[in-house]
Design a protein around this ligand. Structure first.
Ligand SMILES: NC(=O)c1ccc[n+]([C@@H]2O[C@H](COP(=O)([O-])OP(=O)(O)OC[C@H]3O[C@@H](n4cnc5c(N)ncnc54)[C@H](OP(=O)(O)O)[C@@H]3O)[C@@H](O)[C@H]2O)c1
Length: 240
């Protein structure tokens, strides 16, 4: 059996990636880290380990448990994350710390803790889900963009370090994608085709680099954008 560790498997991009891989690869187990179990709960070859990734001790211990109990990690996907498109002066210390920890520190820590297991798998792939916001200016998203810009920089340097160790790094930078991500934001994709990427298409792309012809290439930075720009502003936002 081959083994994958995926964060954010309860929703959106992480869920789409885990579901597609489980469907296509019957020799693959997927361990999912997120707070809630989501639709994959109970599925064959899928284990959900409830984890709040803003708790770095818990995150590190999950990685160590994977190495000890599951086996060499052929695929690490860090998809869990959140937005936070608000005026910069509305951030407080706790919120800001939680955002940076979830979007940047937790993926870096998971890579650090998982490297021995990734090297053991010989030809493993790390997928870091960044954003176009990490590459360009994001209105009302200064803090979010900073976390994703940090991830971009981490991904590129990490690959310099791991290329000789047969570990590849895919830094996936999607633009607007049709997921629950925007439920708590002041904007979302406009109705209609082509204004948002589909999480299933991103999952297909990950599989291309994990098990398809893409496994012979290292896609350090891949920017994916919908064909059309279509942003819908909302009047009311439900903040959790
Ligand atoms: N959608 C977009 O337009 C878009 C564009 C560019 C980049 N991205 C990036 O894509 C990634 C996935 O977002 P998505 O669009 O799939 O959003 P989503 O549907 O809201 O999914 C977010 C995932 O992250 C997990 N998560 C959130 N907080 C967590 C925490 N404290 N601990 C553990 N897991 C946590 C959620 O699980 P639980 O709530 O169960 O914990 C969920 O599985 C994010 O990194 C986001 O920045 C999204």
């Amino acid at each position: 059996l081959r083994h994958a560790l995926v964060t954010g498997t309860s929703s959106g991009i992480g869920l789409a990636i885990a579901a597609l891989l489980l469907r296509r690869h019957h020799d693959l187990t997927v361990t999912g880290l997120s707070r809630s179990a989501g639709p994959l709960a109970g599925q064959e070859r899928f284990s959900h380990w409830p984890t709040d990734l803003t708790d770095l001790e818990a995150t590190a211990s999950r990685a160590r448990r994977f190495g000890q109990q599951v086996g060499p990690c052929g695929l690490l996907v860090c998809a869990a994350g959140r937005g936070g498109f608000v005026p910069t002066d509305s951030w407080g210390a706790q919120d800001l710390n939680a955002l940076v920890t979830l979007n940047l520190t937790a993926p870096m820590l998971l890579c650090a803790e998982m490297l021995p297991s990734l090297r053991q798998a010989q030809g493993a792939l790390v997928v870091l889900v960044g954003s176009t916001s990490g590459r360009e200016r994001a209105a009302l998203g200064a803090a979010y963009a900073a976390t994703k810009g940090g991830l971009a920089s981490f991904a590129e340097s990490l690959f310099m370090e791991t290329r000789k160790q047969k570990v590849r790094v895919l830094h996936l930078c999607p633009g607007m994608t049709d997921t629950a991500f925007h439920d708590v934001e002041r904007f979302g994709p406009e109705e209609g085709p082509e204004t948002a990427l589909m999480a299933d298409d991103l999952a297909d792309l990950v599989d291309y680099f994990f098990a398809g012809p893409g496994r012979r290439m290292n896609p350090t930075g891949l920017i994916l954008e919908p064909q059309r720009v279509g942003v819908r502003k909302k009047r009311q936002v439900a903040r959790p």
